[in-house]
Design a protein around this ligand. Structure first.
Ligand code: IVH
Length: 682
């Protein structure tokens, strides 16, 4: 295209088109074209801009990662200070805030906007004459750092806004790293031997404060805009809610989980909803922000110090806390692994007292530089075991001791390291990070196997947990999982155990009886075959329909099943090859445990051959229920999007699975379409 005028027109056309598709993809999560079509548009624009550099402008979509590395960040003065927020840690504090502002506002009627308080970092974005000109960190609230060139790399920040926007305005929002992106970055850092980020917030801050924007560009950062800083010119909305709608109309990404709330009771409900579901969000949130909706009333309420009176952060119960790591203990896992764990000065995190936390393995302890005596950050997430995130290095006194596993388990009498439970020799297989107890008959291993067999996701025998298993073992009442089914003949001995009454004994015996009818997948899971989790157990049950068939399967047969590789195949074969395990299975059968089930004719079912993956939150039912419905209709439910996935079901606030599905061209269903499919099937 030699004609400059034509080139200029086409450049403008292409930019408008690409900006539109960027917006559909990065802001709305709802693209209209394939990645390949998008790439073609970008390439055409790049070529034209190379041919006619006179038409190149900084707001061109090709210019997101153009800038050269900086020596240092410049300083930006905030025309209006960026405030922080007062906190409410419990309902009475929220109500006290409400009472305070109600008094100040007298008879004025007002409502609220509830938003998530995202754990990222606050930024202020300035637009002049329709273009993004300056992006700054909060800094001390009055002055921040100029991180414009890094923020330009975040695709959900528009480089330009539609005509009609105020000639100069500032928006504020939270830049964050989605949890999935955080794990991905840490995995890469681990592979490169770099120190790991403690949490998504630190990772986001570290990414945004890079002098080289090319590094920032590689981090999957995102943003939610939560307020208008100041506008110049134009008629502005009178409520915060309308302001957010207005910002959306300018192309900014606003959190779809924001809600307009008409009473303080509704605020509490909104909070309760998200306390329960915070783990399902694709970002880390540490609370909700409650804002008075009427802007005029916001002004009337004003600020105290650096905090506005018109808003409050109502915090979720803490998931992190700091305490002293007193000692590192070592437990023996189901497969004989020697697992180091932290023995802590007890600390309450979110209302739960924590005395111990996971430490994974020796390499991990060294990589995080955790030492005995350190003050450490503890993290609790949902039901999982709390873990030690890392040390607070600034609290070191110099007296902290490095941990060496082999020294910790050194047995002076034997003159060698020894399993802390049975005293046997320990070993570390080539290429593995874990040490193992070499004794297959180690009582610790046997106990862990019983615990797994009885656990919720396997045979679900309520009442048999770590403590009772240890007691039963010590008293010689069970040695392996099959012995559980003979406990009914040992009622007297059970009644003699400490804390065991008539009622609890009969409950446990009933639970054991009932477990005989559990589906085959649960039995397979309960056997504790290495590398086999719930999903693989179900897959195997569906393929083989009986434990006999599974135990007779050859390596080739096993590996012909999709998703079963050599590692899993070998561990299945290894388990069934062992005489002791064959004996256990024989005794399970004799005891009446169901080890086979009739094949379900999946081919005739309406969703046969389809694999569904879910992302985001569905309104109609919880995820597990949705998966159960899919399976009942002959489909399968996967946890991640692969080439095998036929449908991705997208709920509210979807995660990165959506990007993956788009890049693979997987069929994408919204909730309504999904329900429709289920109802057609039913
Ligand atoms: S409003 C004047 N809304 O929380 C109101 N802040 O402690 C100030 N934050 O520095 C901010 N999500 O980094 C607001 N939806 C949200 C937020 C939010 C996260 C952060 C922000 C701010 C800090 C205040």
């Amino acid at each position: 295209m030699a004609d400059p005028e034509k080139a200029q027109n086409r450049i403008q056309e292409l930019r408008a088109e690409i900006n539109h598709h960027n917006y559909r993809y990065y802001v709305l999560d709802s693209p209209e074209i394939s990645d390949a079509e998008y790439d073609a548009l970008m390439r055409e624009l790049q070529q034209l801009e190379t041919q006619c550099p006179q038409f190149l402008t900084p707001d061109s979509p090709t210019q997101r990662v153009g800038a050269a590395p900086l020596e240092a960040f410049g300083v930006v003065e905030h025309p209006i200070p960026l405030l922080s927020l007062g906190n409410a840690f419990a309902k009475d504090e929220l109500l006290a805030w409400h009472t305070r502002i109600s008094k100040m506002l007298g008879h004025a009627r007002f409502d609220f906007v509830g938003e998530h308080k995202i754990d990222g970092l606050a930024v202020a974005l300035t637009y002049v004459n329709g273009r993004f000109t300056t992006g700054a960190t909060r800094g001390d609230g009055l002055r921040g750092e100029d991180i414009t060139q890094n923020l330009r790399t975040i695709r959900s920040i528009p480089l330009s806004v539609p005509k009609g926007a105020p000639s100069r305005f500032e928006v504020r929002g939270e830049v964050y790293l989605p949890v999935a992106g955080f794990h991905k970055i840490n995995k890469e850092r681990e592979a490169e031997g770099l120190p790991l980020f403690a949490n998504p917030r630190n990772a986001a801050a570290g990414s945004v404060r890079q002098l080289d924007p090319r590094i920032t560009a590689r981090r999957p950062l995102d943003i939610y805009i939560y307020m208008l800083g100041y506008p110049e010119g134009g008629n502005m909305p009178t409520t915060h809610w309308e302001t957010l709608e207005y910002l959306k109309s300018l192309g900014f990404k606003v959190n779809p989980n924001n809600r307009q709330l008409s009473s303080i009771e509704q605020v509490e409900e909104y909070y309760q909803t998200w306390v329960g579901k915070r783990e399902s969000l694709r970002y880390q949130a540490d609370g909700i922000v409650v804002k008075v909706n009427q802007l005029e009333l916001q002004t009337r309420l004003g600020d105290v110090g650096r905090e506005p009176r018109w808003a409050v952060a109502y915090k979720f119960p803490a998931v992190q806390g700091t305490t002293v790591l007193k000692e590192i203990g070592i437990s023996v896992g189901r497969t004989g692994t020697l697992n180091p764990y932290a023995i802590l000065e007890p600390i309450s995190v979110g209302g739960v007292t924590i005395r111990q936390a996971a430490l994974h393995n020796e390499d991990d302890i060294r990589r995080k530089d955790i030492r005995i005596g350190d003050t450490v950050i503890i993290q609790r997430a949902g039901e999982v075991i709390p873990e030690v995130v890392g040390p607070v290095v600034s609290k070191r006194t110099g007296k902290e001791k490095e941990f060496k596993l082999l020294e910790a388990i050194y047995d002076k009498e034997k003159g060698r390291p020894a399993c802390p439970v049975c005293g046997s020799e320990v070993m570390r297989p080539e290429g593995e990070v874990m040490y193992y107890c070499s004794n297959a008959a180690c009582p610790a291993q046997a106990q862990r196997r019983i615990e797994l067999f009885a656990s919720r996701s396997a045979m679900d025998i309520r009442g048999i947990g770590e403590n009772l298993t240890a007691t039963l073992f010590r008293e010689g009442l069970v040695r392996d999982i099959a012995d559980l089914y003979h406990l009914k003949n040992k009622k007297e001995q059970l009644l003699n155990l400490e804390k065991m009454g008539e009622k609890s004994v009969s409950n446990i015996l009933n639970a054991i009886e009932k477990s005989k009818e559990q589906p085959l997948a649960r039995v397979i899971l309960g056997l504790g075959i290495r590398h086999i989790g719930e999903e693989t157990a179900e897959l195997l049950a569906g393929e083989f329909h009986s434990l006999d068939a599974l135990s007779g399967a050859s390596r080739e047969e096993l590996m012909s099943i999709e998703t079963i590789g050599p590692k899993i195949a070998d561990s299945i074969i290894a388990l069934f090859r062992q005489e002791t395990n064959r004996d256990i299975i024989r005794r399970l059968r004799e005891a009446g445990v169901k080890l086979a089930e009739k094949p379900v004719k999946t081919e005739k079912l309406p969703l046969a051959g389809m694999e569904f993956v879910l992302t985001g939150t569905l309104e109609s039912f919880p995820r597990q229920e949705a998966e159960a419905k899919i399976k009942a209709l002959g489909g399968t439910a996967g946890s991640s999007v692969t080439r095998k996935t036929t449908h991705l079901v997208v709920g509210a606030d979807p995660g990165t699975k959506l990007d993956k599905a788009r890049s693979l061209g997987t069929k994408i269903l919204n909730e309504a379409e999904f329900l429709e499919l289920l109802s057609r099937g039913a």
